[in-house]
Design a protein around this ligand. Structure first.
Ligand SMILES: [Fe+2]
Length: 231
């Protein structure tokens, strides 16, 4: 018997090494944005700047260097997928910090309004929480949600193996950047470090420079036409 595993989900992982002065400056800027935050979140959840009025971080003064370094990694990710960057425009549509204090975590979610998402670990103490990816219905899901956690608990699935696994956890070190398709469900483990974990996250939109002859990829927004409001 032979099994051929096809159609991967690829999680890109690389390193951006910052000097300590740069790291401290970014931590200070992020802490300031946290301190001027407008609303309150549940105590078990991390603070995420995107829903607290700080969703355009990479365009702010002080973030120029990290903006450039992350941009470079996004290009590497597209190169891995063999996407010709000469034919597309890419935009950070939003970018924000997450601050996860001890015993906090980020619940499962997706970034469905976006194409590519990333997380860069600016401060990542040991045991402060890895990132978990999940797919409810993998290509091997012969029934809806057949490999979900409750199917293991009820004994329907006897054991986890590479054919039925639908969750994967990576505990990347500080200075790691992880890039993945925005539609991938993800969460973080609980921060058990007793210290604060800070990441920079962002969503990227991709559009064609020239949409002539293409049907499914987003046309360039410079050609979009605003709907008239009723007079
Ligand atoms: Fe996320």
């Amino acid at each position: 018997m032979q099994i051929h595993n096809i159609f991967p989900l690829s999680i890109f992982h690389d390193t951006i090494e910052l000097d300590e002065e740069e790291r401290n400056n970014l931590v200070k800027l992020i802490s300031n944005s946290h301190n001027t935050s407008t609303s309150i979140h549940k105590p078990e959840n991390a603070w995420t700047g995107d829903i607290h009025g700080h969703e355009f971080l990479l365009s702010k003064p002080g973030f120029e260097k990290i903006y450039s370094l992350i941009s470079s990694k996004i290009n590497d990710y597209l190169n891995m997928l063999a996407i010709n960057i000469e034919k597309i425009d890419l935009y950070f549509q939003r970018s924000w910090a997450t601050i996860t204090k001890d015993k906090q975590k980020i619940q499962f979610h997706t970034h469905t309004q976006s194409n590519i998402s990333f997380a860069y670990y600016l401060l990542k103490p040991k045991n402060s929480g890895g990132i978990i990816f999940e797919m409810n219905n993998t290509p091997n899901s012969i029934c809806n949600n057949i490999f979900a956690k409750d199917k293991f608990e009820k004994g329907l699935i006897k054991e986890s193996n590479i054919y039925n696994i639908n969750q994967a956890m990576f505990d990347f070190k500080q200075d790691s950047i992880v890039i993945f398709p925005s539609q991938t469900r993800h969460a973080t483990m609980v921060n058990e470090s007793g210290q604060t974990r800070i990441s920079l996250s962002g969503d990227i939109s991709l559009m064609l420079k020239d949409s002539s002859g293409f049907e499914h990829i987003m046309p360039n927004f410079k050609h979009w036409q605003k709907i008239q409001k009723p007079k």
